[in-house]
Design a binder for this molecule. Structure first.
Ligand code: AGP
Length: 594
C-alpha cells in the first residue's frame, strides 16, 4: 500500500544509491511507480515514473542523483492511474517542497478546491499533491518546515505517513504519521525513515516507532521527536533481530518459494513462544469467550483457531472479519479475549476494530512484525517468529500464526498430547517440501483450468479456503473453498467434466464423509486432486491424482502440513501462467486503507 523511505547521511556522500536500495526492499508494498527526490545545489532533484522498479531504473538511472539526503516512494495507486505525473515525490509548483506519502487523504478534494482558489496549480490526480502545497503555503506564512508540517496535519484528514524536504531548510527531513506505519532507523552512517523494517535492515538495527501525530525531525546530528505541544518525546529505542539476508531471495527465484521453504523453521521458532503464552493465559484469568478478528489469510488461520479452541478447550469462539467487526461490538465484555491476527500488524481494518475492542475487552495481537501498530495497541502480544515475509501471498506467516494458535489452545487446555504433536510438525513440513518436483510437474496438468474447487471438512475446511485464496491471488484463476458437506447444497451444480477439485482428506473422524463428497464430484466428471495419507490405497483408486502426506499427520494438526502442497500448487500454476507470484496485480502486502 505504498512504501516510503527517507535518509540523511552523516557524511557528504550521495544518498541516491542507498535510497534506491532501501526503497527496492519495499517493492512488495507497491509496484506501479517509483520515485526519488534528493537535494543539492539549492535544488530538489526528482526522478520518477510509472513501472516496476527495474524498468524505471533502466530508463532513468535512479542511483545517479546528487545530494546526501532525500526521500523515495513506491506506489500502489489509489487516486489517479499509475503515471509519471501521479508518481511520488510530489512537489509544490515552485519545487521548494517535496513529499512522499503512504495512505489516503480523505478531504483532499475540498483542500484542492480551496488552494486552487488561492492560486495554487495542481499537476496530478492524486490526493497527496495537496500536502506539498499546504506545506509551501505555511512556509510562505513564515512557519519553519516542522511547524508547516504540523499545520498541514491539522488540515488533512485520513491516513498518512509522510516525509518532506524543503529547499528553504536543507539538510533536514520532517516526517509524521497517523494510521499508516513509519519507523525511524538510527544507523552508523545516517538516519533513516521507512514504512517497514526490511527497507533499512542493512543500514540500521536500532529503531524508534513514532506515534500518531508526533513530528520526527531528522538531520545530520540525529533524530528529535516532538509531541503535539512541541515537547521533546523521549522515545524508546528498540533493536530489530531480523538480519538483512532474511529479506533477500538468497538464491531462490522468488520470495514466495523461499518463504514456503522456510516454514519448518517458522514453526520451530514460533514454538519458543510457549512460556509467553502461558504468562498471557495466567494474566487474562477467567476467560468465557474468545473472538478472533482478522482479514484474508489471517482470517483463515483464525477459523482454524475456532475449531481448535471450541473442541479442545470448550470455550465459545467466534471469528469475525475485521471489516465487519462493528456489528458485533455489542456482544463484547470483559470476559471476552479479542484476538487480532495479522502478519503486518498494520492492516487498517484490523486496527480500527482493535481500537473498538480495547474499550470493552482484553485484546491479544498475534503479529509477525515487531513494533507494528497492533503490537503497540493490544494488551498482549504473541510474536510469530517467521522472519520478514516479502511475497505478497502469505505462506510462512500463516503456518506461524497457526502454530501460535495451536500453542495457545494447547496451553489453555493443558493438552500435553497436542504439544508433542506440534513438535513433529517441522519434520512433516520438510517431507512435503521434498515433493517439490512432483508438485511442479503436476501443476502443468491444470493449464486449461479456469475454476478450481477446494473441499475440506472440520479442521481442513479453513485449509480449503486458504488453498483457494492462494491460487486466486497469484494465478488469477478462480478458486472456491467449500466445506465438503456444503457442496451438495448448491455449488455441486457447477461441477462439470474436467473441473479440478482439490479434496483434503487427512486420516481421522471426517475421512469417510469427505470421501463420499469426493465420490459425488468424481461421478459428475471432476478431475480430482486429493491430499491424503501415504499408503491410502482406496484414495488412489478414487482420485485422479494423490499428493501423499505422512500418515502420522493426524487430522487435528493437518492444517499446519496440508497447506504446504496447496501453496506449492498455487506457486507453480502461477509460473506456468507466466505471472509474478511475488507481486500479484492489484494487491499490496500491507493494506493500510479501509
Ligand atoms: C494473504 O496472502 C493476503 N495477501 C491477504 O489476504 C492478507 O492475509 C490480509 O491482507 C491480511 O493481512 P495481515 O495479516 O497483514 O493483517
Amino acid at each position: 500500500m505504498c512504501g516510503i523511505v527517507g535518509c540523511i547521511l552523516k557524511e557528504d556522500e550521495d544518498v541516491a544509491p542507498i535510497l534506491f536500495d532501501c526503497i527496492s526492499k519495499l517493492e512488495y508494498r507497491g509496484y506501479d511507480s517509483i520515485g526519488l527526490a534528493t537535494f543539492s545545489d539549492n535544488k530538489i532533484h526528482i526522478k520518477k515514473d510509472k513501472g516496476k522498479i527495474i524498468e524505471v531504473d533502466n530508463k532513468l538511472n535512479l542511483t545517479d542523483m546528487p545530494g546526501s539526503f532525500g526521500i523515495a516512494h513506491v506506489r500502489w495507486a489509489t487516486h489517479g492511474d499509475p503515471s509519471k505525473m501521479n508518481s511520488h515525490p510530489h512537489v509544490d509548483e515552485e519545487n521548494t517542497v517535496a513529499v512522499v506519502h503512504n495512505g489516503i487523504i480523505e478531504n483532499y478534494l475540498e483542500i484542492k478546491e480551496k488552494l486552487t482558489l488561492e492560486g495554487h496549480v495542481f499537476k496530478s490526480e492524486t490526493d497527496t499533491e495537496v500536502i506539498p502545497h499546504l506545506i509551501q503555503k505555511f512556509m510562505d506564512e513564515k512557519f519553519d518546515l516542522e511547524h508547516a508540517v504540523r499545520k498541514t496535519i491539522e488540515v488533512i484528514e485520513g491516513a498518512y505517513a509522510i516525509a518532506a524536504i524543503s529547499t528553504r531548510e536543507p539538510n533536514k527531513i520532517v516526517a509524521t504519521r497517523k494510521d499508516s506505519p513509519l519507523i525511524v532507523g538510527l544507523g552508523e552512517n545516517g538516519y533513516y525513515l521507512a514504512s517497514d523494517s526490511p527497507a533499512i535492515l542493512k543500514y540500521a538495527k536500532d529503531i524508534i516507532y513514532p506515534e500518531k501525530g508526533e513530528i520526527v525531525i531528522v538531520d545530520r546530528e540525529g533524530v528529535i521527536v516532538h509531541d503535539e505541544f512541541d515537547n521533546v518525546v523521549n522515545k524508546q529505542i528498540e533493536t530489530i533481530n531480523w538480519t538483512p539476508e532474511m529479506a533477500e531471495k538468497e538464491g531462490y527465484e522468488h520470495f514466495m518459494i523461499k518463504e514456503i521453504n522456510e516454514q519448518a523453521t517458522a514453526v520451530t521458532n514460533t514454538l519458543t513462544q510457549k512460556e509467553n503464552i502461558q504468562e498471557i493465559i495466567d494474566d487474562v484469568g477467567d476467560l468465557q469467550r474468545v473472538c478472533f478478528v482478522a482479514c484474508g489469510t489471517s482470517y483463515h488461520a483464525s477459523l482454524t483457531g475456532k475449531y481448535l479452541i471450541e473442541s479442545i478447550a470448550g470455550i465459545p469462539t467466534d471469528v469475525i472479519l475485521a471489516s465487519e467487526f462493528k456489528y458485533s461490538v455489542n456482544t463484547l465484555n470483559d470476559k471476552t479475549l479479542v484476538v487480532f491476527i495479522s502478519q503486518s500488524g498494520e492492516t487498517a481494518d484490523s486496527l480500527k476494530a482493535l481500537d473498538v475492542a480495547n474499550q470493552t475487552s482484553k485484546t491479544l495481537g498475534i503479529v509477525n512484525v515487531a513494533g507494528s501498530a497492533i503490537t503497540r495497541r493490544a494488551d498482549y502480544v504473541i510474536q510469530t517468529q517467521a522472519g520478514p515475509e516479502i511475497g505478497v501471498a502469505a505462506t510462512k506467516t500463516y503456518v506461524a500464526q497457526l502454530t501460535s494458535i495451536y500453542l495457545f489452545a494447547a496451553v489453555l487446555s493443558k493438552n500435553e498430547e497436542l504439544l508433542s504433536e506440534l513438535e513433529k510438525v517441522p519434520a512433516f513440513i520438510d517431507e512435503v517440501l521434498e515433493q517439490d518436483d512432483f508438485i511442479k510437474e503436476l501443476s502443468k496438468r491444470y493449464n486449461y483450468a479456469r475454476d478450481f474447487f477446494y473441499l475440506g471438512r472440520g479442521y481442513s475446511y479453513p485449509t480449503a479456503l486458504e488453498g483457494a485464496l492462494k491460487l486466486k491471488e497469484i494465478s488469477y484463476i478462480h478458486g472456491e473453498g467449500y466445506a465438503a458437506g456444503e457442496l451438495k447444497h448448491g455449488p455441486l451444480a457447477l461441477i462439470d467434466e474436467g473441473i479440478p477439485v482439490v479434496v483434503i482428506l487427512p486420516p481421522g473422524d471426517n475421512y469417510r464423509k469427505t470421501m463420499s463428497n469426493l465420490e459425488e464430484v468424481k461421478s459428475r466428471g471432476a478431475n480430482v486432486l486429493a491430499l491424503g495419507a501415504e499408503g491410502d490405497e482406496s484414495l488412489k483408486t478414487k482420485a485422479d491424482v494423490v499428493i501423499p502426506i505422512n500418515p502420522d499427520v493426524k487430522e487435528i494438526i493437518a492444517p499446519l502440513v496440508y497447506i504446504v502442497p496447496l501453496q506449492l500448487i498455487a506457486y507453480y500454476i502461477t509460473l506456468e501462467k507466466g505471472h509474478d507470484p511475488d507481486k500479484p496485480k492489484n494487491l499490496a502486502k500491507c493494506v493500510t486503507v479501509e
